[in-house]
Ligand binder design. Sequence first.
Ligand SMILES: Cc1cc2nc3c(=O)[nH]c(=O)nc-3n(C[C@H](O)[C@H](O)[C@H](O)COP(=O)(O)OP(=O)(O)OC[C@H]3O[C@@H](n4cnc5c(N)ncnc54)[C@H](O)[C@@H]3O)c2cc1C
Length: 312
Amino acid sequence: MYDCGAESVAYDSIVLVKQVPDTANVTADAMKEDGTVNRGALPAIFNPEDLHALEAALEVKERFGGTVTAMTMGPPKAGEVLRDCLFRGADRAILLTDRRAAGSDTLATSYILAQAVKTIARYDFVFAGRQAIDGDTAQVGPQCAQKLGIPQITYLEEVVSLEGDTVRIRRNIGHGWEVVETRLPILATVIETANEPRPQAARRVMRMKHARATVEIEGAVRNGMPDADDAARQAEVKKRAEALRQRGLLIEQWGLDEIGADPARCGLSGSPTKVYRIQAIVLKKEGHTQVPATEEGVRGMIHELVVDRTLG
Ligand SMILES: Cc1cc2nc3c(=O)[nH]c(=O)nc-3n(C[C@H](O)[C@H](O)[C@H](O)COP(=O)(O)OP(=O)(O)OC[C@H]3O[C@@H](n4cnc5c(N)ncnc54)[C@H](O)[C@@H]3O)c2cc1C
């Protein structure tokens, strides 16, 4: 937290990261009957713009001090992106996972994420990617800001300055830049031109590669002890979780109850959006225009491109 009167100034950031199906490899069974994504059918990756959001948070920490907390909502497998965040420099990781959250659209997702941010309570920045490559809506960041009642700055390209609780941010607005100033806390959505995400740090990988959330330990125990009864499995999960906790490697895990979320506003019951179908659009060239190789011809072409907003 910033403290204008104190000598040391530090800022706490929360980064919203999403594990997404690799949409470069979409297959016919990519969607389930109920219109939700069949994640099992696609390889899972770190949503590309969220790496830039994480980098923006790490840069704030390096320039001004503070902490970085990575948070994701998803199935147990989403723990993978949290480990990635820890390897790159995040201080804390939280897995939001709850069966009642399955099938959430942007309305429900942003409600759950906002509830989790409120549960953390102390923060200066919430960073999110501009857009996830699966749902592709770019709605979750702005919806979270609205639910948190804080300013939202979209298309962040640079944190220009930070003094006390006043931040200046350069936004890329497509055909130019805009520098905006506001008071913290804020939510910012980050685009890929903002920075170059740092790679995982080898030492952190060595130190944290065994970090797991309880739900991941449960999965490993289920697979490793197929013949054991429930009590034996539970005892093993408890033992492994405690061993990780003592080494600072137990990833925090929150369900809807921990964040005070109303189950009716989560998952399919809280999601009015229904995806009807996914369609691959192939753009085809339609005719061509001959531009005279004169200054007037080129000027006319540029004018046309500006009018149809191809050029901004
Ligand atoms: C083809 C298709 C179309 C869809 N269309 C819609 C639609 O029009 N409306 C709708 O409401 N839903 C839609 N969905 C459902 C969509 O998958 C969910 O809404 C999803 O939970 C979040 O939306 P998004 O992926 O668009 O995220 P975006 O809003 O694009 O994500 C922006 C940022 O928010 C953060 N974020 C998003 N989800 C999470 C998460 N789970 N955990 C942590 N951070 C997160 C990340 O920082 C991310 O970069 C669609 C799904 C598909 C497959």
